[in-house]
Design a binder for this molecule. Structure first.
Ligand SMILES: Nc1nc2c(ncn2[C@@H]2O[C@H](COP(=O)(O)OP(=O)(O)OP(=O)(O)O)[C@@H](O)[C@H]2O)c(=O)[nH]1
Ligand SMILES: [Mg+2]
Length: 447
């Protein structure tokens, strides 16, 4: 395993009070000693102040604070030094250059965390959760990432893994007693254990759609006839005036996309051009774009003016949509409360009425499964997780099919072994390099 010393700036470069620099690997302390005076790794995990200078020219770089974490009690599991310097563009870059001149190599993105995984400080799911935590833009994303970092998903998968291993153990009896008609383990017991493990995997897989949406944000497309108040609602949900609003039908020509947290959940909001037959070439193009977005949406918010009798258009629209549609009647302030149909969601951006309920409905429609699961139940959040679980499930099913077909126990058991391997891949027990490359490709340098 590579453990050569690596260095990186862990904070973004630019005008800031402080910067954090990390140095990790074999010989990290000796290397730091060439740039810091005074320097001593003893006592460990204790902050000390030191002059930081270039090891070759002796040029002073900064007055820094340093902490030494001797391996294996460090983030990477290796000897690790963290330096706090002044921020800005020059000082942190010079500090990194000084450590590089002393013999450290600039780290690749995610290389510190990759070493943490390889040294058994965390599993691959926790490493992914670290990246998710950094990327989190909505509270629900942060909570989910923290739960995965706390090994919520890892523990569930480990339990599942032991269940399959126990099932393999039951089968081993049959392998040991091949002559007997019926081994010491009743077939129903094997079937019950198989069914329990299968159901657990299926349960996790059912969280995948909402979980992946939670990481990426739900694509919420606002659509409807011109002048229905779509852009106004878009701005209200965003909390700022992003889209142009006028009383002229056909104001929005192009789709406008923006990120918003609604009820703590991440959404990618899209405002679109109003749908109608138009002779205007530019508007027609805009309407085509609207339909493209509607077709790719996770959720559609269909707007129609309160009291609008355009039910035919709405029904035709809904039947053309793949994604779930939330229908809202806008401008409810323009009609008397008695005229509002009780079964319809109504909202007004003038009075603010109905907006809180609308937000709740949108979160419910896009993330309903996560809302019912709460924050305790683990959820799978990546295609990588889904693929591995599907592989495990397919192997379990092949196992049961083989038994049904009277295949010899030892041969049937190979499917259980393969299911365990799929879970191992997922947790990151024995992960091939190319999988690691893919996971860490999206990481920040210095993490
Ligand atoms: N009274 C009232 N007027 C509203 C409300 N929402 C929007 N409007 C008005 O309705 C008109 C159209 O609003 P927009 O948000 O531009 O409508 P749109 O659906 O985006 O229209 P297009 O982009 O042309 O398709 C504007 O004059 C808004 O001020 C509301 O809740 N109450
Ligand atoms: Mg508009």
């Amino acid at each position: 395993m590579l453990s050569d010393p690596i260095v990186a700036l862990a904070t973004p470069p630019g005008r800031a009070a402080l910067a954090l620099i990390r140095l990790s690997g074999r010989g990290a302390f000796a290397l730091a000693a060439r740039c810091l005076a005074p320097f001593s790794p003893e006592p460990p995990r204790t902050v000390f102040r030191a002059h930081l200078h270039h090891p070759v020219t002796g040029d002073p770089v900064d007055e820094a604070l340093a902490v030494c974490f001797p391996g294996p009690h460090s983030y990477t599991g290796e000897d690790l030094v963290e330096l706090s310097t002044h921020g800005g563009l020059l000082v942190p870059a010079d500090a990194v250059a000084a450590l590089a001149a002393a013999g450290a190599r600039p780290a690749e993105p995610g290389e510190f965390t990759r070493r943490a995984v390889l040294n058994g400080k965390m599993d691959l799911l926790q490493a992914e959760a670290t990246a998710d935590l950094i990327e989190a833009g909505a509270p629900a994303q942060r909570r989910r990432a923290l739960q995965q970092l706390d090994r919520g998903l890892s523990r569930r998968l480990e339990a599942l893994r032991s269940e399959i291993l126990e099932l393999e153990g039951l089968i081993a009896y049959e392998i040991d007693f091949p002559e007997e008609d019926e081994g010491p383990v009743r077939p129903e017991r094997v079937t019950a254990a198989w069914r329990a493990a299968r159901e657990r995997i299926a349960l996790l897989l059912r969280t995948a759609a909402d979980g992946e949406r939670l990481r990426e944000g739900a694509l919420l497309v606002i659509a409807g006839p011109p002048n229905a108040g779509k852009s106004s609602l878009f701005n209200a949900l965003l909390g700022r005036e992003r889209a142009i609003v006028t009383e002229v039908p056909g104001t929005t020509r192009d789709a406008i996309e923006a990120y918003a947290a609604i009820e703590g959940f991440p959404f990618r909001l899209v405002d679109t051009a109003g749908l109608r037959d138009s002779d205007d070439r530019v508007e027609r193009l805009g309407i085509e774009v609207s339909w493209k977005y509607v077709e790719g949406a996770d959720l559609v918010l269909y707007c129609e003016e309160a009291g609008d009798a355009g039910g035919g258009m709405r029904d035709a629209f809904v039947s053309r949509c793949q994604a779930p549609v939330v229908i809202v009647q806008t401008k409810s302030d323009l009609i008397p409360p008695t005229a509002r149909p009780p079964e319809r969601l109504t909202a007004s951006i003038v009075t603010g009425e109905g907006l809180a309920e609308l937000r709740r409905r949108l979160a419910e429609a896009a993330f309903g499964k996560l809302l019912t699961l709460g924050d305790v139940e683990p959820v799978v959040t990546r295609a990588r997780h889904r693929d591995a679980l599907q592989r495990a499930l397919a192997e379990l099913d092949d196992f049961q099919e083989a038994r049904g077909a009277g295949v010899e126990a030892a041969a049937a058991a190979t499917h259980l072994r393969a299911a365990v391997l799929a879970l191992d891949d997922l947790i990151g027990v024995v992960t091939p390099d190319d999988v690691l490359d893919r996971v860490f490709a999206s990481f920040c340098v210095g993490k």
